[in-house]
Design a binder for this molecule. Structure first.
Ligand SMILES: O=P(O)(O)OC[C@H]1O[C@](O)(CO)[C@@H](O)[C@@H]1O
Length: 570
């Protein structure tokens, strides 16, 4: 059976290892065992495995829910909502973001904004853009307890209650969560317009093709049925045991490529996407990083990276391009594509037909990730190291509640508008940054963790700094906005082999926003500014405790300008 997505492999020197991995997995019956829900594919203990395999059936089971989703979308349209704002983190927000960016806004349907930042400037910007009387909020959290999501909910609930009256506020909210979560109870008590209860046997990062992806998609008029149909084609392809290049089980191939590559030291899986799939990389990043980055192992996803000439890439890279047909040869092209095909790097090209193939791609990557997880011998469904940062952030907040201030960390250098914190060599921020990233281990990586408000200007500045560091060091450089990355690459940063070094970028929000203690109550003991600062401090503690080097650059004033200046000087 030909794959619904063309998977072209140029394995180069990995060819034998990939082939061996496929043959070994065939012999061990890995594919049928995955489909039979056999937890021993990964671990002897079924904990968080046997009850995390619902995504394998989702493309079929979700079909039965589509009529309900479409009816809800009509109801929302009919009620005059012009905007939908999704509040959620990680697996609860990344797939809706991919879908809403891929498909252009449909006439007569609301538009979607995803808010997964707790930076006060990001919140006030979104708030200022809304006519609350015409806005519906989706509160999306599997666990029902994620602090960022619940804090955003409490803030916007009070905003709506102020504008529409407490009795009408609930009608502006719907929830997507697991049955019996804290959010379900809260949503019932506040009279939410709708509560969608997802299959609890699906983990957050595997939930794109469940209610978490499909409800927001339906609300903005995306044809979820077509997306599911494409995914079903991939489900069938991933049931096959046989695999030969360009044919057979594409999930097995891609997983073998990622897993065998990592075992051979090519653990920087660089994903290059066509503009059509612009945000797909962010979704893949969470899937790979949170699934594989643990137990001292891991695959480092490198996404949204500016292309460079082959000399800037280390021997630890492999590449995967995701594109529509014409682009595979040219669109993501440039010198890199030519050099990849000349044999410099192992690479796989995934060719989709059109945007609806995103359904196939979601499933393909999910399957490939658990196959790679099997090869690495890790548990692809848990995230044990996310907790350490949460515990530290809670400690910081407890201190804040008690004393009204967060614990201070001593500055190493104060230089114009930059405060440097951390062990440092050099007398300017530029020198310190340069020596810090130069000291990244051979075939290690640099993680830029930006606790600032996302914007296109900030994206461009971070991109410039990222490129400058990569070109200087030939190390892979990843970028994530905080606290969003804590729910994506945060697990890998603390759980992998420890070859990452981390640069925290923090700033001073222009305003601060209080987080209500409870929805409907004005009292507040913590602000969003304190929360994001506590999370940065907490993750710093967790990284240091795990033996990871951390440098903090605290910037005052024009952050993008300072980042550009640092990049230029590097
Ligand atoms: O959907 P929830 O429970 O709010 O979780 C959001 C994200 O946080 C994590 O649980 C931990 O980072 C992710 O796995 C998940 O996608």
């Amino acid at each position: 059976m030909p794959s619904p997505i063309v998977v072209e492999g140029h394995w180069q020197e990995l060819a034998e290892a990939v082939q061996d991995a496929v043959v070994r997995m065939e012999k061990d019956g890995i594919v049928p065992r995955i489909w039979n829900g056999d937890h021993t594919v990964w671990k002897q203990n079924p904990r968080e495995i046997s009850n995390r395999l619902g995504w394998l059936q989702a493309p079929w089971t979700m079909q039965d829910r589509m009529a309900e989703l479409e009816a809800f979308a009509r109801e929302v349209q009919g009620s005059g909502f012009e905007k939908v704002v999704l509040l959620g983190m990680g697996g609860s927000s990344l797939a809706p973001e991919v879908l809403s960016r891929m498909f252009s806004a449909r006439d007569g349907f609301p538009t979607l904004t995803v808010l997964d930042s707790t930076h006060p400037d990001a919140i006030t910007r979104v708030r200022a853009s809304l006519d609350l009387s015409k806005t519906l909020f989706i509160v999306a959290t599997k666990s029902g307890g994620t602090v960022e999501t619940l804090s955003l909910f409490k803030y916007f609930y009070n905003q709506v209650a102020d504008c529409r009256g407490a009795r009408n506020a609930g009608a502006h909210f719907c929830a997507i969560t697991d049955p019996q979560s804290g959010l379900e109870a809260l949503a019932r008590s506040l009279g939410f317009r709708k509560i969608f209860l997802n299959d609890p046997h699906v983990g957050g990062r595997y939930s794109a093709l469940t209610l978490f992806g499909l409800v927001p998609a339906a609300l903005v008029g995306i044809d979820g049925r077509s997306i599911l149909e494409r995914a079903q084609g991939m489900v069938e392809a991933c049931r096959q045991s046989g695999a030969s290049p360009g044919d057979g089980n594409p999930g097995l191939w891609l997983g073998a490529f990622l897993g065998a590559g990592a075992l051979q030291g090519r653990d920087k899986a660089t994903v290059i996407t066509d503009p059509l799939f612009a945000n797909f990389g962010d979704w893949v990043e969470q899937l790979i990083a949170e699934s594989t980055g643990k137990e001292g192992k891991g695959i480092v996803p490198v996404v949204n990276e500016p292309l460079g000439h082959p000399g800037v890439y280390g021997r630890d890279r492999l590449f995967i391009t995701v594109s529509v047909p014409a682009a595979c040869a040219s669109g993501v092209g440039s010198a890199l594509e030519t050099d990849l095909s000349k044999g410099a790097f192992p690479f796989v090209c995934l060719r989709a037909k059109d945007p609806y193939d995103v359904g196939s791609l979601f499933f393909l990557w999910e399957f490939a990730t658990v196959v790679a997880g099997h090869l690495l011998g890790i548990h692809p469904f848990d995230q044990p190291d996310v907790e350490s940062a949460k515990v530290q952030a809670k400690k910081m907040l407890a201190a804040y509640r008690e004393s009204g201030a967060l614990p201070q960390v001593a500055a190493t250098l104060q230089w114009r508008n930059v405060t440097v914190i951390g062990e440092a060599t050099g007398s300017t921020p530029r020198e310190i940054l340069a020596s810090f990233v130069d000291a990244a281990p051979h075939e290690g990586y640099v993680g830029l963790q930006a606790y600032v408000a996302p914007s296109p200007t900030m994206d461009a500045a971070l991109r410039a700094l990222r490129k400058a560091i990569r070109d200087r060091t030939t190390r892979a450089v990843t970028v994530g906005y905080g606290p969003r990355f804590l729910h994506s690459t945060g697990q890998l940063h603390k759980g992998d082999a420890g070859k990452g070094v981390f640069v925290q970028i923090t700033d001073e929000p222009t305003t601060d926003v209080p987080i209500p203690e409870d929805p409907g109550r004005e009292t507040s003991r913590v602000t969003f500014g304190a929360l994001i600062a506590a999370q940065a401090l907490g993750d710093r503690e967790a990284l240091l405790a795990a033996g990871r080097p951390v440098l903090r650059l605290h910037l005052v004033g024009d952050v993008p300008q300072t980042l550009h200046a640092l990049a230029q000087d590097l």
